[in-house]
Every structure is written in C-alpha cells, then in structure tokens.
Design a protein around this ligand. Structure first.
Ligand code: IMP
Length: 434
C-alpha cells in the first residue's frame, strides 16, 4: 500500500498540481475522481507551458498512467481539444490515458441550462459558476432519466433513441425559459457525439476494473482532488459549492477504489485564502493587502480569468476541512506571497454578531454569514523566500507562521512551497514544524 490522496482544504486553487507533479516520482498512476473542466492548472516544464483541465497532471510524466474516473463529468470536445493540444506539444499519450465508461457526459443542453440559471437568477441566486455545464450534468446524473454516460456513446441505436426523448424534453423546457435558445436537433447532436466517441475510443474503458487490477498489482495510486474541500457539495459552504464531492469524501464513489488502500492523506492550503465566485468568505480582505496578495500571488482564475477574492488564512475553515478530508499532513503553498507584510493575520475562531464564540464551521449559510473572524496577529517578514530551500533558512517569523498554521489546523505541516518551480519546495524533516 503506498497510495496517496491530495486534496485542497480551502475553496480551490491551492496549487495542488505542483504537489501532484512532485509526488509523481513515488506513484504509477494519477486518478481524477470528480469535477470536470471547471478545474484548471498551468504547469511549466522545461520552459514549456502546459494547460490541463480534465487530464491529470501526471500525463506530463512519461510512464505515469492517468485515469479519469467515473465521478468526473466529461465534455468530449473539451477533452479531445486537451488531448490534441498536449499531443502537439509533444506529450506522448501511448496507452496511458484511461477514461471511465461510467463517467457522465456534458451535453449541449447542460451549457444552456447553466446559462439559464446563471443569467436569469437574481443576484442572490447567482453562484458564479465556471459555466462549463458541470452542475446541470451532475443534476441529470442524479435525476437518472436524462443522464448520458460515456459508455452509452458506444451503443448508437439506443443512444439515438435516448437522445430523442431527452432533446424533446429539453427543447420544451429551454425554449420556454431562455428567449434566445435555438431548439436542438436530436439527430445532429447524436451525430456529433458519436463522432466524438470514435475519437475517444482508444481511451475509454472500465476504469473501475482497471484500477482494481492496478491495486492488485501493487501500483501506487495518487488521487488528485479538483477544487477544494470547502466547495464540496455535501461538506462545503452550500449552496456556494461545486456539484461534486471535492473533498476526499469523493474518492471511493468517484473511482470505485475503497479508501482503505490509501495511506497518505495530504491536505493542501495556501498560506492565505482565496475564493472565486460567490459565497461567504469570513476572512476576505477588501483593502490594499488583499490587492497586494492578488497581484503578487497572480490570483486570477485559470479557467475563467476572474480575479480571485483574497483574504487571511482561516483556521476554522481549514481545521474543519482537514477533518472532513482526513488529512494527516499539510502542504502550505505560496508562502513567498506574504513576504513584505509588516504583520500577518490568521483567523483562529469565529464569533457571531453578539460576540458569542463559534468554534465549529457552521453548516448553515445564514449562520456562516453572521460569523466574524477572530484574528491573531503575528509579525511578518521582509525577506524574499523564493530562493530558500531549507526549513532552517526561512526567516524566524515565517517559520513561526507555518508552525502556527499547523497547530491551528491540528495537523503537522510536511511541505512548504515558496514558488511554482519544483525546486522551490521545502520538505520538512521530523521536528521541523514543531
Ligand atoms: P462550478 O463548479 O462551475 O459549478 O462552479 C461552482 C463554484 O465552484 C463557483 O464558485 C466556482 O468559481 C467554483 N469553482 C469551480 N471550479 C473551481 C476551481 O477549480 N477552483 C476554484 N473554484 C472553482
């Protein structure tokens, strides 16, 4: 057993891709188990920039197999575009990409339905999604009647019949509700998707069975969570969440692999907090410090380009999500971004409007919105950290800050990242973070 889970403990964009890339050396297979092309990361290898969205980062490492599990939702043109772009950049797919035939497919009406909810919603209902059709696809998955799975694309007759029923329903719904919606033609959609299916055929398989065999052959799996635990549909700040289990809770359901095969549980946090889209954010900064973090940390969405909301580290939220995701070690990313601040602050608790302590992350939106963070203020540091390679070379204030985060989360810090390059990583030794 030497399988690992890497999940974000905040609202996504914790730079998980870098840790997954680093850990590829110790694993044979990278597995995505939820989400879709709403995720996105940019990886720079030998001065070439690769953009990945659906395909696990492991594809950039020769010899690493990549699995897109049953829990992922796939927009075939997006996946094909990604394969094509990466191939043109010299990535050799060989037989390394495995796409689950149980994964659900994002269809044209899902994009229209998302437009409908996001455009016609009152400001209060506006979730600020990535508009990739993720939510509507998961809605049809759970609803069952209108779901389309990758495997369905290889049964053309039944697929066409299924599509006729769905398109008839969706056309009625969408023409009534979206003024500029052009009714879809079931046959044309079927032709288009059957064509995608042929191009995807080399990759599609029973990924659950593939993974079971991998476990049996002692392959070391690396489960890569997309988004972050606070965006989890069940455990996140509902309804301002994504539509999948983006915490470690999604692994078993989204891959078919029981989590008893995992022995390393890494929770990833930024040294501060960001969030993109709507929803509560107790430690959000609306001042020049927030702007500075956004500028220095280049905090703009990879998929949508939206500026990310920035704020102080929130220990209440991270403590909660570390518990939900079972983290046994923490990687603190982007510590270098905080250099140059006279003071750094960490929310250690919340209190409500009456000053009453709130110790647990509230499950109700109304309660969370009422919470005010209680901050602990610590001295900052001026030094540029990007060239630091060892724990002892970090300025004392930065070391104290990292130790404080570990204590507040209640889980030891094992990795500190001070820049995007692989070399800009400090792996802590026994006793370092104490
Ligand atoms: P959806 O996943 O497109 O439905 O968007 C739902 C919420 O999750 C929105 O607030 C998005 O901004 C957020 N979200 C989705 N994917 C990511 C991500 O990869 N990083 C950060 N936020 C994300």
């Amino acid at each position: 057993m030497a399988s690992t889970c890497v999940v974000g403990l905040q609202w996504g964009d914790e730079a998980k891709g870098k840790i997954v890339d680093l850990l590829c050396d110790q694993h044979d297979t990278v597995v995505r188990y939820q989400g879709g092309a709403n995720a996105g990361h940019t990886v720079v290898v030998d001065a070439i920039t690769y953009k990945l969205s659906l395909i696990p980062t492991g594809i950039l490492r020769p010899g690493i197999a990549c699995v897109i599990g049953n829990g992922v939702v796939i927009h075939p043109p997006a996946l094909l575009r990604e394969v094509e772009t990466l191939s043109k950049q010299g990535v050799d797919f060989g037989d390394r990409l495995h796409v689950s035939d149980r994964a659900h497919v994002i269809m044209p009406w899902h994009l229209a339905e998302e437009r409908l909810t996001e455009e016609s919603a009152s400001a209060a209902d506006h979730l600020g999604t990535t508009r990739r059709g993720i939510g509507p696809c998961y809605r049809d998955k759970v609803g069952r009647v209108h779901g389309v799975r990758v495997g369905d694309l290889y049964h053309p007759r039944q697929f066409r019949e299924h599509l006729e029923r769905i398109v008839e329903f969706k056309n009625r719904l969408l023409t009534a509700m979206l003024p500029d919606f052009e009714p879809l033609d079931a046959n044309a959609v079927a032709d288009e998707y059957l064509d995608y299916a042929e191009r995807l055929r080399p990759y599609v398989c029973d990924a659950t069975s593939w993974l079971h065999n991998a476990v049996q052959s002692n392959r070391r799996l690396l489960f890569e969570g997309a988004q972050g635990s606070l965006l989890d549909i069940d455990h996140g700040s509902y309804p301002y969440v994504t539509s999948s289990n983006s915490s470690a809770a999604g692994i078993a359901a989204g891959s078919g692999i029981p989590t008893r095969h995992i022995d390393r549980w890494i929770g990833i946090v930024k040294a501060y907090t960001t969030r993109v889209g709507g929803g509560p954010f107790p430690t959000e900064l609306h001042d020049e410090i927030g702007e500075r973090i956004r500028r220095i940390g280049r905090e703009y969405g990879t998929v949508t380009g939206r500026p990310r909301r920035c704020g102080w580290f929130d220990s209440v939220a991270a403590r909660y999500s570390a518990r939900v995701s079972g983290s046994t070690e923490i990687a603190v990313m982007l510590l270098d971004v905080l250099s140059g601040l006279k003071e750094v602050r960490v929310a250690v608790a919340y209190e409500d409007e009456n000053g009453k302590a709130v110790n647990d992350m509230p499950g109700q939106l109304a309660n969370l919105e009422r919470c005010r963070p209680v901050f602990e203020t610590m001295p900052g540091w001026d030094d540029d950290l990007t060239g630091v390679r060892s724990w002892s070379d970090l300025p004392e204030a930065a070391r104290n800050y990292v130790k404080f985060l570990g204590k507040q989360i209640g889980v030891p810090v094992s990795i500190v990242s001070v820049g995007p390059e692989r070399s800009q990583t400090i792996v802590l030794k026994e006793g370092d973070g104490k």
